[in-house]
Design a protein around this ligand. Structure first.
Ligand code: DQA
Length: 254
């Protein structure tokens, strides 16, 4: 991997994978409390999973809460995500675009997650919009049923980058250990042969746990760790995650 991505105090794509805590609170008090816990636990950044927020339909309220999170986070980045894939949270496409654009306009989040399946044009236009206002974009794809083959995963990551993603991200579901190897191999292949910036991948559930701790070796720049609740199957508690990442990182000098 050649280039890193600097967002506020965080440099993505070098050294230990950065640890991101998903914030899945339903209301303002819960969201602020989870953010506080994430900071205390040493998160490098938070992902505000706004699809859990009860008032997400109110664009002004959502932007207002974004401002409060900004104040709490100091110079640590905020990733804004409205996840539909693998959830029962749905949103009309127009609202989805408007919500994400309004968070870009408000200026308090640094990175936004857009789902690949929303359409190539949606992704491309949104990347242009966000970049125009100095924000970075993750284009993401989740397969909660299976693990596609290596070529398909690499192809998806390449496509995301072509559409303008600063960071392409793929999460897949393993049925066996071979599937986990497929994800790791695709990550390694993309990182070595195609990447000109950071990428994020993970294999979910217990079986995929190894993919959440081995990013420094295979090329995934960020990993999700939980405090109160997991936002996807297989996420490790942040304390355990940080401990293992540290052990692996420092074992280099032994
Ligand atoms: O896309 C991802 C990755 C994730 O699904 C995981 O498996 O850790 C967790 C989500 O909160 C995040 O948006």
């Amino acid at each position: 991997m050649e280039k890193t991505l600097k967002i506020r105090d965080m440099e993505l794509g070098t050294g230990m994978p950065k640890v991101c805590v998903p914030i899945t609170g339903k209301d303002k008090a819960g969201i602020l409390q989870e953010t506080e816990l994430a900071l205390q636990a040493g998160a490098d950044l938070i992902e505000w999973r706004a699809d859990y927020y009860v008032d997400v339909d109110d664009v002004q309220k959502t932007a207002g809460l974004g401002r409060e999170l900004r104040k709490k986070m100091g110079n640590k980045p905020i990733l804004f995500t409205y996840r539909t894939e693998g959830t029962n949270h749905s949103i009309e496409l127009e609202k989805y675009i408007r919500l994400n654009q309004s968070m870009v306009d408000a200026g308090d989040v640094d990175l936004l997650d857009i789902e690949l399946f929303m359409g190539d044009e949606v992704c491309q236009d949104f990347c242009g919009y966000a970049h125009g206002k100095g924000k970075a974009v993750i284009i993401s794809s989740h397969d909660f049923e299976k693990t596609p083959n290596e070529q398909e995963i690499v192809g998806r990551l390449c496509k995301m980058r072509t559409l303008g993603a600063d960071v392409p991200k793929v999460a897949v579901m393993p049925k066996n250990a071979g599937d986990v190897l497929t994800l790791l191999s695709a990550t390694n292949q993309y990182a070595n042969a195609h990447a000109d910036g950071p990428l994020i991948t993970m294999s979910m559930k217990w079986l995929g746990g190894i993919s959440r701790i081995s990013g420094e070796i295979f090329g995934s720049a960020l990993t999700f760790g939980s405090t109160m609740r997991v936002s996807a199957p297989g996420q490790l508690a942040i304390e355990d995650l940080k401990y293992i990442l540290n052990v692996l990182h420092h074992s280099e000098n032994q």
